[in-house]
Design a protein around this ligand. Structure first.
Ligand code: NAD
Ligand code: UFG
Length: 340
């Protein structure tokens, strides 16, 4: 059944891919985004890809008055809450900005939702809430421990949503803990458009492949992993987007607050990712081994059984498809989206 969905942060990387799937499934979408880390061009392309329109409101979630106006003008069945700042390193330099933006934004959103009788929310959490796990694969009941302010904003928001669901049984919440999203829509029209030097591995690999940067620096090769480099659970962003679609379908039947991992359950090392990037692009990808990056862990991958049993969802796309799609986006949009 078609629903009215509010997507916060919908102009961003994961949000724009999720808007495509929501519109394709027949839902009506309103996006609220302040464009602090995105461009409205992503949403124009979403509309062009699907052949349907969505409504965009340039609003900061911390602006209670502007947010209230959005809720007054629409009746939402559910909210998918992507909006937030996400750079781990930056969060250590300017923690207040991260706490204020991510927590205050969520408070204003939850207050408006409660006031307007919309109490269904799907929240973008992260595997970062597991910190340095004692073992892998990681199940949802692992202890939570975070190592940086960004991660703590995710942890705090999870707890706030959990408390609200405990206090009021009309609330329903799915905390989706993403592992490492990469790739792009297969059209090559939307993808990840990092600001400045990419923090994450795959955008960096792709910028080296396209000639924007010289070499990848591998952050350490002395970890306890098969080749000494860090191992992560990379997941295609379209699989992740589809996870939100099923989460919205299941939410009405899932009382309370439930955390679910969204990963593939398969780990790849940095060197394997560079090799896969080379294969997909047909370009040489120079790299050198550098120091470990502060705060990094050796290995992180999901146990994805809960997503399969609770949501009936599993990731379908493999590593080569992730890299081919990332390369199509990068090679066809070497400078990302044009300036608005
Ligand atoms: P993104 O930066 O591309 O998207 C986030 C969007 O939120 C941006 O469009 C930004 O402009 C918007 N935004 C930020 N603060 C806002 C505010 N106060 N009001 C309105 N809009 C605001 O990031 P993404 O990679 O698409 O991530 C989406 C969500 O998923 C984030 O919450 C992120 O923390 C989480 N997440 C991302 C990853 C990842 O590796 N990409 C992993 C785990 C979790
Ligand atoms: N890496 C390099 N060189 C780089 C960038 C990364 O060697 O230039 C390595 C890292 O050391 C790590 C792996 O590549 O071993 C992946 O690093 P990313 O920065 O791409 O991803 P992380 O796993 O560190 O973190 C990401 C998001 C976090 C999120 C976490 C779990 O950036 O926000 O996944 O979901 F919390």
């Amino acid at each position: 059944m078609a629903k009215n969905i509010l997507v916060t942060g919908g102009a961003g990387y994961i949000g724009s891919h999720t808007c495509v799937e929501l519109l394709k499934a027949g839902h009506d979408v309103v996006v609220v985004d302040n464009l602090v880390n995105s461009s409205q061009e992503s949403l124009r392309r979403v509309e062009e890809l699907v052949g349907r329109s969505l409504e965009f409101r340039q609003v900061d979630l911390c602006d209670a008055v502007a947010l209230e106006r959005v809720f007054e003008e629409h009746t939402f069945d559910a909210v998918v809450h992507f909006a937030g700042l996400k750079a781990v390193g930056e969060s250590c330099e300017i923690p207040l900005r991260y706490y204020e933006n991510n927590l205050h934004g969520t408070f204003e959103l939850m207050k408006a939702m409660d006031k307007h009788d919309c109490r269904n929310i799907v929240f973008s959490s992260s595997a970062t809430v597991y910190g340095d796990p004692a073992s892998v694969p990681i199940t949802e009941d692992f202890p939570l421990q975070t190592t940086n302010p960004y991660g703590r904003t995710k942890y705090f928001i999870e707890e706030i949503l959990r408390d609200q669901c405990l206090a009021d049984d009309r609330w329903r919440c799915l905390l989706l803990r993403y592992f490492n999203p990469i790739g792009a829509h297969s059209s090559g029209r939307i993808g990840e458009d990092p600001n400045g030097i990419p923090n994450n591995l795959m955008p960096y690999v792709m910028q080296v492949a396209v000639g924007l940067r010289e070499e990848v620096v591998v952050f350490g090769d002395d970890y306890e992993t098969p080749d000494g480099t860090g191992v992560r659970d990379y997941i295609h962003v379209v699989d992740l987007a589809l996870g939100h679609l099923v989460a919205l379908e299941k939410l009405p039947g899932l009382p309370g607050c439930t955390a679910v991992n969204l990963g593939t359950g398969q780990g790849y090392s940095v060197l394997e990712m560079i090799a896969a990037g080379r294969e997909a692009s047909g370009r040489e990808i120079s790299y050198r081994i550098g120091d470990r990056r502060a705060g990094d862990i050796a290995t992180c991958y999901a146990d994805s059984a809960m997503a399969a049993s609770l949501l009936g969802w599993r990731a379908e796309k493999g590593l080569s498809e992730m890299c081919v799609d990332a390369w199509r986006w990068q090679s066809e949009n070497p400078d990302g989206y044009p300036e608005d």
